[in-house]
Design a protein around this ligand. Structure first.
Ligand code: SOE
Length: 383
C-alpha cells in the first residue's frame, strides 16, 4: 500500500488534535472527524485539518475513505468503538485506557489479533530517543543487575476543587482516574525499558478533594487524585511509584530511576532531551541526537541534531509513523499494541483491588480474583 493512508478521528478535544498533527506528520490525511455532535465536529474540522465531518462515530468508521480509525473519546466509549472499527476491517489507534475493564480489554485484544489488524495504544513515552537509548543500554547490562525501579508521574491540572473534567466521573473515565490515566504510562515505560514485568503490587489510592465544582454545582468525586504503590517484578526487583494529578507545579512530570548494581538510569519527561546515568565515580548526561546517542534504537528516533529539542508531539508523531508503517506491513520494534493496553488494564485492576483493602495482589491473576471474590469490593471502590 503506497498511497497516502487516510484516517478518521473520533473525538475533537486535546488528544484529537494531537492525533491529527501526528497523522499529517506520518504522511497521512485526515478524511473525517466525528464528535459528540455534528456542530462540535464542524467546529473542530478546521483545527484538525479534516476534509469532512461525519455525522456519527459509526458513520465515520464505515467510510470507505478511512483506513485507520483514531479513537480519542472519553474512556467508557473506547471498547464499543474499537469493536466496531475492527469489525469493519479498519486499523485502530485507541487512546488509553483501551477499555475500562480488563475483560473488555482482553476481548478487544483477542478480536484484533484474530482479525490480524493493526491495533495500537499510544504509550507514546516509549518514543523519546533517550528512552530507547536507555532500553538499549540496559539490555546490554550497562547498569548491571537492576534491583530497584522507582519513580513518579505527577501533574497539577486537577489541582483545585474548582476544576473538574469527565475523567473524574467513574462512569465515564473508569473506576481508576489518576492511575488509569497516567500511572499506566509509567508502568508501560518501566516494563518496556527494563524488560521486567510487575508480578504483584500493593496500593493506596487517595484524594485531595472529595468534592469538585462542575458547572457551578458541587459534585462528589468518585475517583482517586493520586496513588502510591509498591511492586515486585518477575526478575526479582522491587519498586515504587507515586502518581498524582494534584501536585501543584508539576505539569507532566513522568520521572524514573532504574537502579542497577553498576549504574542508575534516570529520565524526566519535562527535560526529555537528556538521559542521566549515575555511577559512584561520575555521572553522565547524554544529549539526545543522532550523533550523541549510541544505540540503533536511540538514533532511529533522534531525527534532529542534538540541541534541537524533541518534545511530546514529536514522540506522538513517531508513534503514529510506526503505526502507519505497520499498516504497510513493516512492523517496527516496540510498537505498543492492544496487548499492551490489556496489560495496563490488568495492572489497573490489581491497583483497584489492592486499594479496596486486599493488600498484595498478583497482577496476572487479577481478572480471575476480581470475578471470583472481589466484584463487590470493586464496586465499593467506584467510590
Ligand atoms: C492528561 O492527564 C494527559 O493528557 C493524559 O491523558 C495523557 O495520556 C498524558 O500523556 C498527558 O496527560
Amino acid at each position: 500500500m503506497s498511497r497516502k493512508l487516510r484516517s478518521g478521528i473520533i473525538g475533537a478535544g486535546f488528544m484529537g488534535s494531537v492525533h491529527a498533527h501526528a497523522v499529517r506528520a506520518a504522511g497521512g490525511t485526515v478524511s473525517a472527524v466525528a464528535s459528540r455532535s455534528t456542530a462540535g465536529a464542524e467546529a473542530a474540522a478546521g483545527r484538525l485539518g479534516a476534509e469532512t465531518v461525519a455525522e456519527s462515530p459509526e458513520s465515520l468508521i464505515a467510510r470507505d475513505d478511512v483506513d485507520v480509525v483514531h479513537i480519542c473519546t472519553p474512556n467508557a466509549s473506547h471498547a464499543d468503538l474499537a469493536r466496531k472499527a475492527i469489525s469493519e476491517g479498519k486499523a485502530v489507534v485507541c487512546e488509553k485506557p483501551l477499555a475500562t475493564t480488563a475483560a473488555d480489554a482482553r476481548d478487544l485484544t483477542e478480536m484484533a489479533e484474530r482479525a490480524g489488524t493493526v491495533a495500537a495504544v499510544p504509550f507514546v513515552y516509549r518514543f523519546y530517543p533517550v528512552v530507547r537509548e536507555a532500553r538499549g543500554r540496559l539490555a546490554e547490562e550497562e547498569a548491571g543487575r537492576l534491583w530497584l525501579l522507582h519513580g513518579s508521574y505527577l501533574q497539577d491540572w486537577l489541582a483545585g476543587a474548582g476544576t473538574t473534567n469527565w475523567r473524574v466521573d467513574p462512569g465515564v473515565g473508569g473506576a481508576s482516574r489518576a492511575f488509569g490515566d497516567i500511572g499506566v504510562h509509567w508502568c508501560d515505560l518501566m516494563e518496556f525499558v527494563t524488560g521486567h514485568r510487575i508480578t504483584r503490587l500493593v496500593a493506596k489510592t487517595s484524594r485531595a478533594f472529595n468534592q469538585r465544582r462542575g458547572a457551578g454545582l458541587l459534585e462528589e468525586v468518585g475517583t482517586e487524585d493520586g496513588a502510591a504503590l509498591l511492586f515486585e517484578t518477575d526478575r526479582g526487583a522491587a519498586g515504587s511509584l507515586v502518581v498524582s494529578q494534584v501536585t501543584p507545579g508539576r505539569k507532566n512530570r513522568l520521572w524514573f530511576s532504574f537502579d542497577g548494581t553498576e549504574a542508575s538510569f534516570s529520565f524526566d519527561q519535562e527535560q526529555p532531551d537528556t538521559l542521566w546515568i549515575g555511577r559512584t565515580g561520575a555521572n553522565t548526561r547524554i544529549a539526545s541526537g543522532p550523533d550523541t546517542l549510541t544505540t540503533p534504537a536511540g538514533r532511529r528516533y533522534a531525527r534532529l541534531p542534538a540541541g534541537h529539542p524533541h518534545g511530546y508531539q514529536d514522540s506522538f508523531n513517531a508513534f503514529v509513523g510506526d503505526v502507519y508503517s505497520a499498516v504497510r506491513h513493516e512492523v517496527p520494534e516496540g510498537l505498543p499494541t492492544f496487548r499492551d493496553g490489556l496489560r495496563a488494564a490488568l495492572i489497573t485492576e490489581a491497583l483497584i483491588t489492592s486499594a479496596a483493602g486486599e493488600g498484595w495482589v498478583d497482577v496476572h491473576n487479577t481478572s480471575r480474583i476480581r470475578a471470583a471474590t472481589h466484584s463487590s469490593s470493586l464496586e465499593r471502590q467506584q467510590l
